[in-house]
Design a protein around this ligand. Structure first.
Ligand SMILES: [Cu+2]
Length: 742
């Protein structure tokens, strides 16, 4: 199905929306304008390179975790020093261009941009994983060593600063690091205007850690590490090029451990302290016949990362639908956008879904596990793709394929982005998504394990008693976009040939493209756990609850007196009403925005919108220490994983609504958070046609010097953070707002 516009969605919002959407979504039938964009070349999103599944091992942490083609995720090496009178772990990192052989079947090595540790000089995809201890601050220096070039197509027309400054006006090799899940002072938060290039040019909000003076072209970051145990991750966040920098590989992880977690390991209640990361991404690689598939491609050669660079409208002109179109285009929709400029030849696109699954940098990898409980730290590190994950048995009569419905070992989720849950969420691998139409699922579940971009799931999979040699497939059935999918983004063995619609040819057995069979897990010989699963689960649940009761994990704010149990439904005062919007930009492209109820204006179709730009003055300006409840109304057709800098939030509830902020009514009963959403989150799914209620407290981290405590942003005059959708193409254009704590 094609995407529907925000306006169409608002008009038809209500219980039948997803059924009606498919018929309304036919593009451009009654447009009043006839504007022809540059004719796109007949490229497909899916590349024809045939990549064998399960032919490489899962890259692990450290050189010991290398697979047969030498891929592993390097650990960063700390040195200890004293800063501001405190023992501090310091790291010396850089961001550089390097290349890696990512699979036997790729036509060449893959050039990436990524972090590496300057003391070990190990340059590997996702490198630089930091293991930190709660209470010991981390000081990071990140040197910018990137060449001033485009590794990934960059749209010069996106906003990059005030007074009309565009991405094309700035160097391409800008970077800044944001630590996801950090409790970080604003000057080290890595918000978009804190970018710096190798020559020392910087953005309007840039500031080094007060009291430090790093080398030109590098930046110091100070992380107090006052938050509880969790897997945080860090990635690039530079204005206008976050999506391409992250896609290029400027991503790694930071695992914080605390005494509670060490205690769980010592009691035998967690398999190990660090676990095995599973960073799940979708990518596309340039094939050897790129000239015929995408003649306009002028970035990397065979084996390079591929990224879309042409906006493909659903309708090119009045009444003329485009069979390979992907998105609505302002000039050719009902109630067309007025006065739009021609599409730029290299353009941003509203979202990217790719054809090849990459886990820890390995393409469709295979992991070997012992017959006992094994801990995996899952992260959806994709641009836009959601994963609904079940562990199914591999089909013996169909090697490489999941036997859908044949439940594999149970996945016990113990934590999320915000640390440990107050109770284990049990995923029994027995449920595919419930569909409300051919390509549309119910965004309210029920789910097995659903992860959206930037969400994490700390899971223990129980392989006790599983016969040696058994094999399982981590299987994904989430539509893309979520929840109303486009079949061209869903790749699986025997799928229909969609070349005529700009999709992929049929996938043969054993090979990609495939976005359903993520990885394979094989059970090796070994001894099992001595504690039974029942006893383990019971003891672990007591401990997880205690973690909240003792305050090691902060208690839930909205509760009935037990800080580990959320109250429901919500009856309190709402601090802010906010909106998620979709309109068309000055080129007629879809643009997603965040706004308030008060920010009502008229878009270029002459219709009401509530959206604001990232450049507009901050409207979310809580006082330090304030507790606030936000209600976020999603006026679009997509689920947006909304990410909050600085704070962790407690999801209180979701509820459907009809109408728009000028006149709306809540409909249906409020819905509880899922069992794996109880606890603290920093990325929360906001579903179409629903209002999501979250509560958070805007405490600032305690800093060791007065100079650090009193520093404020030169751009906004406060403690400048941000909040945004974590679909990277949305965030960048322009679904992000400053969050300035006063
Ligand atoms: Cu979004």
């Amino acid at each position: 199905m094609r995407r529907i516009s925000r306006r169409e969605f608002v008009e038809i919002a209500g219980s039948t929306v997803f059924v009606v959407a498919a018929s309304l979504a036919l593009p451009g039938c009654t447009t009043q304008q006839s504007v022809t964009p540059p004719q796109p070349p007949p490229f497909t999103f899916a590349k024809n390179a045939r990549i064998r599944k399960f032919a490489v091992g899962l890259p692990g942490l450290g050189a010991d975790g290398a697979n047969e083609i030498g891929q592993f995720i390097p650990l960063a090496k700390k040195s200890s020093s004293t800063f501001a009178g405190m023992a501090t772990d310091t790291y010396d990192l850089a961001v550089a261009e390097f290349s890696e052989n990512m699979h036997h079947d790729l036509p060449g090595p893959t050039t990436v941009w990524g972090y590496y540790d300057r003391t070990t000089n190990e340059k590997k995809y996702l490198g630089g994983v930091i293991v930190a201890k709660r209470g010991t601050p981390v000081m990071l220096n990140v040197a910018n060593q990137l060449p001033n070039k485009q590794l990934i197509p960059i749209d010069p027309t996106l906003m990059a600063g005030p007074n009309g400054q565009m991405v094309g006006d700035l160097p391409y090799n800008r970077i800044v690091t944001h630590l996801h899940g950090g409790f970080t002072p604003w000057f080290s938060d890595g918000t978009p205007f804190q970018w710096y290039d190798p020559a020392g040019k910087t953005g309007a909000s840039f500031m080094n850690v007060p009291g430090t003076k790093p080398a030109t072209g590098s930046m110091n970051y100070y992380y107090p590490m006052q938050q509880s145990a969790r897997m945080a991750w860090y990635h690039d966040h530079a204005i206008g090029i976050t999506r391409t920098n992250v896609y290029a590989g400027i991503v790694s992880a930071l695992i914080i451990v605390d005494d509670f977690e060490i205690g769980l390991v010592n009691k035998g209640l967690l398999p190990d302290l660090i676990g095995t990361p599973l960073v799940i991404q979708d990518k596309a690689f340039v094939p050897s016949n790129m000239d015929t598939l995408d003649p306009a491609w002028k970035w990397g050669g065979p084996g390079s990362l591929w990224y879309p660079h042409i906006y493909l409208p659903n309708a090119l002109a009045k009444g003329k639908s485009n069979p390979i179109g992907r998105w609505n285009w302002g000039p050719t929709i009902d109630t067309p956008s007025k006065g739009t400029q021609p599409l730029p030849p290299v353009s941003a696109v509203p979202e990217c879904f790719f054809d090849t699954i990459v886990v820890n940098g390995g393409l469709y990898p295979e992991a070997k596990v012992p017959p006992k409980r094994v801990r995996f730290r899952m992260l959806d590190g994709s641009q836009a793709r959601f994963y609904h994950v079940n562990l199914f048995a591999e089909d013996p009569s169909n090697p490489g394929e999941a036997k859908v419905g044949a439940a594999g070992p149970t996945m016990y989720q113990v934590g999320t982005e915000g640390g440990f849950l107050p109770a284990v969420a049990v995923h029994k691998n027995a449920a595919l998504l419930k569909r409300s139409a051919a390509e549309t699922v119910n965004p309210d579940g029920p789910f097995n394990l659903l992860v959206a971009p930037a969400e994490r799931a700390d899971v223990v999979i129980d392989f006790n008693g599983v016969p040696v040699g058994s094999s399982f497939i981590l299987y994904n059935d989430a539509p893309s976009p979520f929840p109303g999918g486009d079949p061209r983004n869903d790749y699986y063995t025997g799928d229909p040939n969609q070349l005529k619609e700009g999709g992929a040819p049929t996938t043969p057995p054993g090979y990609g493209p495939n976005t359903r069979t993520l990885m394979k897990i094989v059970v090796e010989p070994g001894s099992g756990d001595s504690m039974s699963t029942d006893a383990w689960l019971k003891q672990l649940n007591v401990q997880l609850k205690n973690n909240f009761l003792t305050g090691n994990q902060p208690g839930l704010f909205y509760n009935d007196g037990d800080p580990s149990v959320p109250a429901f439904p919500f009856h309190g005062t709402v601090t802010r009403h906010l909106t998620l919007n979709e309109d068309f930009d000055e080129y007629g492209r879809l643009v997603q925005t965040v706004g308030t109820f008060a920010s009502k204006s008229t878009n270029n179709q002459g219709l009401p919108t509530w959206g604001l730009s990232y450049l507009d003055g901050a409207t979310e300006t809580p006082a330090a220490g304030a507790t606030e409840v936000w209600q976020i109304f999603n006026l679009t057709a997509d689920t947006h994983p909304m990410h909050f800098h600085l704070v962790n939030v407690q999801l209180i509830q979701r509820q459907k609504f009809e109408g728009n902020p000028s006149s709306y009514k809540l409909s249906g009963a409020p819905m509880r958070p899922d069992t794996n959403e109880v606890g603290w989150k920093e990325t929360v799914r906001c579903n179409p046609g629903e209002v999501m209620s979250v509560i958070m407290k805007f405490d600032l981290p305690k800093l060791p010097t007065a100079e650090m405590t009193s520093a404020v942003s030169p751009r906004t005059g406060g403690h400048e953070y941000g909040w945004h959708c974590h679909i990277l193409e949305h965030e960048e254009h322009d679904m992000m707002r400053p969050l300035v704590v006063k």
